[in-house]
Design a protein around this ligand. Sequence first.
Ligand code: RI2
Length: 336
Amino acid sequence: MDGAEPGVVPAVESTADDITAMRIRGAAAIADAAAEALATQAERSTAENPATFEQELRAAAATLYETRPTAVSLPNALRYVLRGMDGDTVADLRSSTIARAERFQRDLAQAQDRLGEIGAHRLQDGDTVMTHCHSTDALACLEAALEAGKDLEAIVKETRPRKQGHITARQLREWDVPVTLIADNAARRYLDRADHVLVGADSIAADGSVINKIGTSGLAVNARERGVPVMVAAQTIKLHPDTMTGHTVEIEMRSERELLSNEERAAIIDEPEPTGDGDEFSATDSGLTVENPAFDVTPPRYVDAIVTERGQFPPESIVTLMRELFGELTDDPWND
Ligand code: RI2
């Protein structure tokens, strides 16, 4: 979003910046931070009347909404908190919003624990699990299985370009899980040693498609060919209500510079080294285009189970849970 919205407190702007720059990342963590930011907005607002207070809350939600487009946990969190804003006075609006945000954060943590227990049932003592990126929902399944006394091993894909696989590897090593870290390109070769592929999700569409970190779909296709089941750990906050009415999920395109430094670019094409340090390279006629999609779409036929805190589902049946949880309601209260 360009410039600060009137009345939006600096802490909200700073959370929005952290989400955009991926200092806060992962669909659940983004939702948690957004709810927290709305509570902070409510707490620190200096609005003198209810209408101004509500308008500021909506502006804060819009600022957070604009940060990243793919993880639906973000708009789901914003909608949930804004719907709980209730009262005729600023004091009531403030306390109801804060209480709602706190409830959201509590429910989010509980849902992840519950999901972990359910997902752990799929993992057997001695299993080897291949992971992609870093997903707290996926790790919750491993943690619950470890707590149940099962021995597990992990093959961790590094996950270019940002290498979030390193975060997964660090967490698993803290839990004493033997980790084999591999380049993304090596995944097919190592699938022979894996009993499960376990990934998270940024959004789940009504047809059961899984939108997750770029590279998930290729991994899932290879896993199917190798006969390795693919398990997606995704709290219901990852279910994308707009997809029930035919909308598609926007795939975030991130900076070219996550893929290619100025120096690397200069080594590929013979042109003066670009000087800008912005997000994109300066326009050239070089014929070299760099594209960096952050996510891809895995069709439901490559997914064996979607594990949520409400149980595990074959991907094709997830729409029944979506209808139950969201009805057909998909308004954007920050645009009111
Ligand atoms: P949890 C991440 O996106 C990854 O794609 C990960 O699988 C997903 O969010 C879910 O993460 P990014 O923010 O909610 O790293 O399970 O682009 O933690």
